[in-house]
Design a protein around this ligand. Structure first.
Ligand SMILES: Nc1ncnc2c1ncn2[C@@H]1O[C@H](COP(=O)(O)OP(=O)(O)OP(=O)(O)O)[C@@H](O)[C@H]1O
Ligand SMILES: [Mg+2]
Length: 308
């Protein structure tokens, strides 16, 4: 049984206008998305800006209202409990964000930031709490004296570790990581990503890993879904997506991955131009008359493509 199962998720945001603020229409930020994540596995969600990646993650944790669809956790339909403060589900699923400046309260000490979820769910004495916070700091490789400092006293990579420590406090089984390393420079990115992999093994964590960077996703994920216009254009095992992309949009994303081999630069450019031409010429074969993405069709047990 899958740890998380998302069935036909729809999230529409109202577009309001006029002096009365009437609803004029809807942005279909997520428009019929289904997937599942197994225990201890990482699923990547990739796509351009505005494709609905963050909204998908937020809907699962109750930060965006679900218009339609179902969320199952451990096989139990928990759709109506999402966002409710004290449901057990809230402990099992946590989120970390790209922007640690706004996700970590600058006025609070690290101790209070990390202890906040513990205070919401458990009754610990100050001594017990401090012990738990020290354990969490140790897990993320920060020293115990970190606890009395404030977020601005840390580097970006260290702040993301603090965010991860807070997310780990309640021993979750799934972490939604929304562009967790996009704000960090490359060497620190690798550190944080490898660290996330280590704690994944240690604690059998599952991740929903949101990113626009296909290189990072390849390093982190076993399964990938490519999102465009609020829908999945392609989904499946990583190997299928990278080595055998079928949708024109996926092909274009893959072609855009920078090639670090200088001798292949010309080759890469020729390939990119070819894919760019194909994208223009064959666009109408991959999107319907209303410019929408088709439903996913199964082309193998571990590869799905949105085709007519
Ligand atoms: N709170 C909101 N109210 C209205 N529209 C929203 C809201 N949040 C997101 N949207 C719209 O929903 C769509 C999807 O946004 P979302 O943030 O999920 O994209 P994303 O794939 O995470 O993009 P990015 O890579 O830029 O983070 C966009 O068109 C966006 O403008
Ligand atoms: Mg986003």
């Amino acid at each position: 049984m899958a740890l998380l199962e998302v069935k036909d998720l729809n999230v529409y945001y109202p577009i309001r206008g006029g002096i009365l603020g009437r609803t004029l229409g809807y942005v279909k930020a997520v428009d019929g998305v289904s997937f599942s994540i197994e225990k201890g596995e990482t699923m990547g969600l990739v796509g351009e800006s505005g494709s609905g990646k963050s909204t998908t993650g937020k809907a699962i944790i109750g930060l965006a209202r679900i218009t339609n669809g179902q969320i199952l956790f451990d096989g139990v339909d928990i759709t109506k409990y999402i966002g409710k403060n004290h449901s057990p589900y809230r402990k099992n699923v946590q989120i970390i964000f790209q922007d640690t400046y706004s996700s970590l309260n600058p006025k609070k000490r690290v101790l209070d930031i990390i202890a906040e979820p513990l205070r919401n769910f458990e009754k610990n004495t100050p001594v017990e709490e401090r012990k738990r916070v020290d354990e969490l700091l140790d897990i993320v490789g920060l020293s115990s004296d970190t606890a009395v400092k404030y977020p601005h006293e840390f580097s970006g990579g260290q702040r993301q570790r603090i965010g991860i420590a807070r997310a780990m406090a309640l021993k979750p089984r799934l972490i939604i990581a929304d562009e967790p390393v996009s704000a960090l420079d490359l060497s620190v990115q690798a550190q944080v990503l490898n660290f996330m992999k280590d704690i994944q093994q240690q604690f059998k964590l599952a991740y929903l890993f949101v990113s626009h960077d296909l290189g990072v996703v390849e390093h982190m994920c076993s399964n990938i879904a490519i999102m465009h216009k609020g829908r999945f254009v392609e989904a499946g095992r990583k190997e299928n997506i990278y080595q055998n992309p079928k949708h024109i949009y996926t092909k274009r994303l893959i072609a855009a991955i920078p090639n670090i081999d200088p001798y292949k630069r010309e080759e890469t450019q020729i390939f990119r131009d070819k894919v760019a031409d194909e994208y223009i010429q064959k666009y109408s074969e991959y999107y319907n008359a209303k410019d929408q993405v088709y439903d996913l069709k199964k082309i193998s047990d571990s590869h799905y493509v949105a085709l007519p």
